[in-house]
Design a protein around this ligand. Structure first.
Ligand code: ZN
Length: 184
């Protein structure tokens, strides 16, 4: 039976690269995939999933009005979701149902927490419902495993306030371990 997968990591850990690799592997075997990314992520143009290694491809976008059902995803063998932290809780439920009722694996890639260390609602629901949860590892400047991230301003100073969702350049975020996160 298909499952809901959640692959989480701090920023700049290669999540999109892994997603694109999985899409490639499916298609190499003659199987079809459906790709989605958040409409609010305009870093590389709307509807693009881009790896920092230079590979990119177009994807359907989801926003708060998207309803993930069999009709939307089409006749595919796998659904891949980038920026899954931006899913609404009911959308995570829709994807969970899709996996179990339509037997289509759904692999969601995203962050767990925001720059203040607070959970994204979509990530909290993915952690609750996904049957297969795995961390994509990346390291902090100090050498420990990075599990969190901070937001910095244009001159590199840490920002502790601001909206949860503020899409910016990757260079406005730093992936850090929890010790560096709390020690500043
Ligand atoms: Zn550290």
């Amino acid at each position: 039976m298909a499952k809901l997968f959640f692959r989480h990591a701090a920023m700049n850990s290669g999540k999109s690269t892994q997603l694109l690799q999985i899409a490639h592997n499916y298609e190499h075997q003659g199987r079809r995939v459906s790709l989605f990314t958040a409409a609010i992520d305009g870093r590389f143009g709307v509807g693009q999933i881009s790896s920092r290694l230079g590979v990119s491809r177009s994807a359907a976008v989801f926003d708060a009005t998207t309803h993930f059902d069999a009709q939307l995803v089409g006749a595919v063998d796998c659904v891949l979701i980038d920026e899954a932290q931006f899913l609404a809780p009911d959308q995570v439920c829709q994807l969970h149902r899709l996996a179990h009722l339509c037997d289509i694996p759904v692999i969601a890639f995203g962050l767990r927490s925001d720059f203040r260390g607070e959970p994204f609602p979509g990530a909290a629901w993915l952690l609750a419902l996904a049957e297969d949860i795995e961390e994509i590892k990346t390291i902090c400047l100090c050498g420990r495993k990075a599990t969190m991230h901070l937001r910095v301003d244009a001159s590199g100073r840490r920002l502790n306030q601001g909206p949860q969702v503020e899409i910016g350049d990757a260079d406005r975020y730093r992936s850090v371990c929890a010790r560096c996160f709390y020690a500043g």
